[in-house]
Design a protein around this ligand. Structure first.
Ligand SMILES: [Zn+2]
Ligand SMILES: [Zn+2]
Length: 377
């Protein structure tokens, strides 16, 4: 049985060390003992593996606490069936560190291969006028996205070549190392688990297997959409990797405010100015709905400012329901500000004939009450 050293001791950190300190310590050792820097040095290689194992345990809060409580026994159990992807961020750490991918550290060019991955979902904000939202529309949109490279078909290998079997893991995607009597699997750092190494990366996509392209799409927007609603276009997101499916594209509606209509779900509100005479006498007033229909609304005689006329079914369509909301016409009684001498004469005549029609008795009573309360007069 191989003697196992204390993980904190291996990394040279205190037992209370923060995740950051542990990460830093691991980086330092990884640089120092990296197999590439110490070719043929078995001790360095051992130190590198040791440090990697210590880091794998101490960087995982769960494993770390078990190691703290039970020592190697605590994590040894776990190591027998542990998830090799837990080692995934080694490459990230070292990639960060050296400023390039792990594959490069091992003296090989190009991106290594991983298994099939679904492409990322994308989101696009589609601006619509209220009219477009009401009628429904077709829009052409341009989406910059990653697609499978057409030169290499997504393999990342220069056309005519194909990725070679990884010599580090012999294509298995995992390397084993001995920990005590346990054989521990680690994701192969050279090929990142893909089992293959791309020695002549595709020049068009730089071995990524993907290209940035601008896709042109037609989007059918149903009538009645509102801001925040999403249309999902399956397979129109970013392309998958290594044969994985593409992600989805979510088109998010953003309906612009309208000059005339204010929207409240499927209801619409419209402010309509009517003259004081129309309000007094009553009138039929033409309006146009959001769908362009001509309608006439009846302004009742004696209409007060702010009175609302409800027009059934003249609001916004509801998506997929075939129904329409109502239109609420808010009447704004407009008092003329300029009268000709003739007009003024007529209004004065009307005022004399009609008289003071405002029922001010209640108010007069309240004013009296106010005066009494203030001064007792
Ligand atoms: Zn390519
Ligand atoms: Zn490999």
């Amino acid at each position: 049985m191989v003697t196992t050293r204390d993980y904190y001791e291996i990394l040279g950190v205190e037992r209370e060390a923060s995740v950051d300190e542990i990460k830093k310590a691991y980086r330092r050792l990884a640089v120092q003992f990296h197999p590439d820097k110490n070719p043929g040095d078995a001790t360095a290689e051992e130190r590198f593996k040791e440090a990697s194992e210590a880091y794998a345990v101490l960087s995982d809060p769960d494993k770390r606490s078990r190691f703290d409580r039970f020592g190697h026994q605590g994590v040894g159990q776990d190591f027998s069936g542990f998830d090799p992807t837990a080692f995934g961020d080694f490459s990230d750490i070292l990639g960060d560190l050296f400023g390039f991918g792990f594959g490069d550290i091992f003296g090989r060019r190009g991106r290594s291969r991983q298994g099939p991955q679904r492409g990322r979902d994308l989101q696009y904000t589609l601006r619509l006028t209220l009219e477009e939202a009401a009628t429904g529309t077709e829009k052409t949109i341009r989406i910059p996205r990653q697609e499978s490279c057409n030169a290499c078909g997504g393999s990342g290998a220069e056309p005519g070549t194909s990725p070679e079997t990884c010599s580090t893991c012999r294509g298995a995607g995992q390397v084993m190392f001995q920990r005590g009597f346990l054989s521990v699997a680690q994701t192969c750092p050279a090929c990142r688990g893909g089992g293959r190494i791309n020695s002549s990366p595709c020049s068009q996509c730089d071995g990524q297997g993907q290209d940035e392209v601008e896709a042109t799409l037609r989007v059918t927007v149903p009538a009645g959409v509102d801001s925040g609603m999403r249309l999902r276009l399956a397979n129109e997101g970013e392309g998958g990797r290594q044969g994985g499916p593409a992600g989805s594209l979510f088109v998010v509606m953003a309906v612009e405010p309208h000059e005339l209509f204010e929207r409240e779900g499927s209801r619409l509100h419209l402010e309509l100015p009517v003259s004081v005479f129309q309000a007094i006498l009553g009138s039929e007033v033409p309006i146009t709905t959001i769908l362009g229909e001509d309608q006439t609304i009846s302004v009742a005689a004696g209409t007060q400012p702010g009175d609302v006329v409800r027009v059934k079914g003249a609001g916004m369509p509801e998506v997929d329901r075939g129904r329409r909301g109502d239109l609420f016409v808010h009447l704004k009684v407009v008092v003329p500000t300029k009268l000709s001498a003739d007009q003024r004469g007529l209004v004065e005549e009307a005022a004399r004939v009609v008289g003071d029609v405002v029922d001010s008795e209640r108010h007069n009573g309240l004013f009296e009450k106010l005066k009494r309360a203030l001064g007792g007069e």
